[in-house]
Design a protein around this ligand. Structure first.
Ligand code: IPM
Ligand code: MG
Length: 368
């Protein structure tokens, strides 16, 4: 039986980086005799231009029928009008919500050969290996009301941050379970000194810790966490937090890895489909980078590593995922660098396509 993969490349550099990741999956399919059935769909700004909506119904339907979704990035200056009702980003938020993908996994690992590419001192980031679990379908991203209106003193904007006990519990459990498989250390991040949602979050984290006595739990406030993450990143293993804090902290954390162009992500829900796959959405954490789109300058490694996460988490193909990850490390070790990795001590500057090709060659030579 073929694994059904929906590929949504999106806007900006999305098509370039996902194009390379897709070719990597095709090489894996050939070498490991795995059958993939790829479908493509248009979302984001391109879908707005063609169909007038950021997430067309048939794309959503295809997503629901797939075993996994590989996504590039959405958005760009063309669709940035703040007064517009429809925005490319709604495609992403809509997919996450419709598929119930509440747990966003964002691993951050300092790559030895790239330590010099980070603006942070090497003795601080050497050995960093952490995972952020970001709650992805609740909080201020989805709370209602969320609108503009006119009040007594003129224009107002309102967003609502709301979390239910069930929403908090399931993502905390997910993080506790992951912590158990790793170094048994969990940092739960909130703003309990100010926000009600955070006080509930912390209360539940403390309650749940009774069921996970083998995991050491600490609660951190998000503002000081932003500092600790840069001053002593090695102290963290699994970090769990709500939607918006996770959005902000993971951009910050990407600096620890050397470049945002290296960081993949997986978003998972609870559902396992009839093929035994856990439906997931896989995307680089970087955006659509419209300034370099179409110039063969983007780093495809985050998209390629997202494809590796797809194999592991949705399809259970851990060995194949490992082959991709190893190939990426080897290519970096050989000194190949895209523009975003400047300062990494590499000597061979290459573009997006060449980077993708080198990764595929590594995979092929490893398998032969
Ligand atoms: C991310 C992105 C998205 C988010 C945007 C594009 C809506 O920043 O995946 O981190 O805020 O979740
Ligand atoms: Mg973000």
């Amino acid at each position: 039986m073929a694994y059904k993969i929906l590929v949504v490349k999106g806007d900006g550099i999305g098509p370039e980086v996902v194009g390379e990741a897709l070719q990597v999956l095709k090489v894996i399919a050939r070498l490991s005799a795995i059958d993939f059935e790829f479908k493509e769909g248009l979302i984001g700004g391109h879908a707005l231009d063609q169909f007038g909506v950021p997430l067309p119904d048939d794309v959503l339907k295809n997503a629901q029928d797939s075993d996994a979704i590989l996504l590039g990035a959405v958005g760009g200056p063309k669709w940035d009008n703040p007064a517009a009702e429809k925005r490319p980003e709604q495609a992403l938020l809509g997919l996450r919500k419709a598929l119930g993908l509440f747990a966003n996994i964002r691993p951050v690992k300092a790559v030895k050969d790239l330590i010099g590419a980070s603006p942070i001192k090497s003795d601080i980031i050497n050995g960093v290996d952490l995972v952020v679990i970001r709650e992805l379908t609740g909080g201020i991203y989805y709370g209602k009301p969320s609108e503009r209106r006119t009040g007594a003193e003129g224009r107002e904007g309102i967003d609502t941050c709301i979390y239910s006990e069930a929403e908090i519990k399931r993502v905390l459990k997910f993080a506790f379970e992951l912590a158990r498989e790793r170094r048994k250390k969990l940092t739960s991040v909130d703003k309990a000194n100010v926000l009600s949602t955070s006080r509930l979050w912390r209360e539940i984290a403390v309650e749940l810790s009774q069921q996970y006595k083998d995991v050491a739990v600490e609660n951190q406030l998000v503002d000081s966490m932003a500092m600790h993450l840069i001053r002593r990143p090695r102290d963290f293993d699994v970090i769990v937090t709500e939607n918006m804090f996770g959005d902000i902290l993971t951009d910050e954390a990407s600096v620890l890895a050397g470049s945002m162009g290296l960081l993949p992500s997986a978003s998972l829900g609870e559902d396992v489909n009839s093929a035994g796959c856990r439906i997931g959405l896989y995307e680089p954490i970087h955006g659509s980078a419209p300034d370099i789109a179409g110039r063969d300058e983007a780093n495809p490694l985050a998209a390629i590593l997202s494809a590796a996460m797809l194999l592991e988490h949705s399809l259970g193909l851990r060995a194949e995922a490992e082959i991709i990850t190893k190939a990426v490390e080897d290519v970096i070790h050989d000194g190949h660098r895209t523009r975003d990795l400047q300062g990494g001590g590499g000597t061979k500057m290459i573009g997006c396509k060449a980077m993708g090709r080198l990764v595929r060659e590594k995979i092929e030579s490893a398998e032969s």
